[in-house]
Design a protein around this ligand. Sequence first.
Ligand code: NAD
Length: 496
Amino acid sequence: MAPAKIYSNFINGEWLSSASGRTFENVNPANRNELIGLFQKSDAQDVENAVAAAKQAYKSWKNTPPPKRGEILYRTALLLQENKEEFAEAMTREMGKVLEETRGDVQEAIDMTFYMAGEGRRQFGQTTTSELPNKFCMTVRSPIGLCGLITPWNFPIAIPSWKIMPALICGNTVVLKPATDTPLSSYNLVKVLEEAGLPRGVVNMVTGTGGDVGTPLILHNDVRAVSFTGSSEIGRKVSQACAASFKHCCLEMGGKNVIMVLEDANLDLAVEGALWGGFGTTGQRCTATSRVVVHKSVYKDFMDRFVARTRALKVGDGLDAAVQVGPLINEAQRQTVETYVEVGKNEGAKLLCGGERLTGKEYDNGWFYAPTIFGDCDPNMRIAQEEIFGPVVSVIPCDSLGQAMEIGNGVVYGLSSSIYTRNVNNAFTAMREMETGLFYVNAPTIGAETHLPFGGTKQTGNGHREASVAALDFYSEWKSIYVDYSDKLQRAQIDT
Ligand code: NAD
């Protein structure tokens, strides 16, 4: 067997080994015997070097005209397009989701990169009048400085692109710490940024664990802003660490998303939505549909179809075009799912399908778990309240739209929700009342597009949004400029 490929950190435009010289393994979750490669097990010293490079590069990048920055992003997007198939395949091997979805992941990065390239010519501020004569006022966006970016494994090219592209177009430089389970996809993204001609030090990537790399990055005094996507548990720590030095901090965290199926819903469509939302990416999306609230009058009909379709899902290696559901990311995540399934059974929910590891030749070397549905759930059960992050859907019966919305909103998270109805009054009422950052009508809880703001309310986020023009608001600061051409001292609020 050929020796495993060794991948490096990217610091100051160079591909470097970690200061300690240590590496860690990246394996295929569908086949743990397949070693994808060895990646640098970095520590605080590597973070220090990357931060120093980004700090130096900031001096000229911040004054590079935004349309010029945009040209580099535009070339990056073209290179991503060229390499889409190769990067998608590498991603499926590294994190398990099926090829159709990993192609979508790369496509999301392409969309984001083209979008942000265009923003290079749209960094508009405002001009306005003054309250005083012969005075002119305007606002401009200014970059913040050095940004630390910490990303999860479930969208391993898309999410880094959501952070890197708006950060760069606003004139910031970055240090990226990708998830330990998916460094290859970040490597591929950074490689095309390099190829597109990004000046040295503008983007740096340091691989390793959250404790060894993430912690020194968020604590570093030269880092002015941190953008984190991951669990609420780690997000809280990131937020607390940033508060100590007043770093800007954008948090995108967990979800417990809901589809509401009303009595007048197109049930076939609702079942399609619940299948895609619940079991796409093996339920490992922050926007995954982990709860379905169904009106009692159509409950049996919906469940018969939903359970039958779930049983028929083909689970396996995501590189196989016939496979619809890949493995879980690692053994720890599979154990989390198993624990929740036991919790559900003990709470008295009705296990209708799945609820077990898959075994047999096709499955024994990977972290596979059968798509699972619990019926007759009480909204207060833990399986209906806590994020599981796996192929488990809890279905809850309801009597009315009002009750469905109360159940839907009755969790600590606020990322995504959806309604299936043909009644426009119900749709608009739910649109107004649901306390989530994303809301869908007659579509599942997943499927965000890059030109709309992305993020959640309550314990999902801290008020910022990614993607769209909203992302620029995190990666830049407004500067208000007053130009007095009266040739005399004019005092605002006093010389009235
Ligand atoms: P995680 O919180 O375990 O890890 C996220 C990142 O933080 C990783 O890069 C990890 O190495 C790093 N990290 C861990 N400990 C750290 C520390 N002490 N200091 C600094 N960094 C640290 O999350 P995960 O398992 O990679 O991803 C799954 C979670 O991400 C789920 O909760 C999911 O809902 C959430 N998620 C949210 C969104 C969103 O946009 N809202 C999108 C995708 C995933």
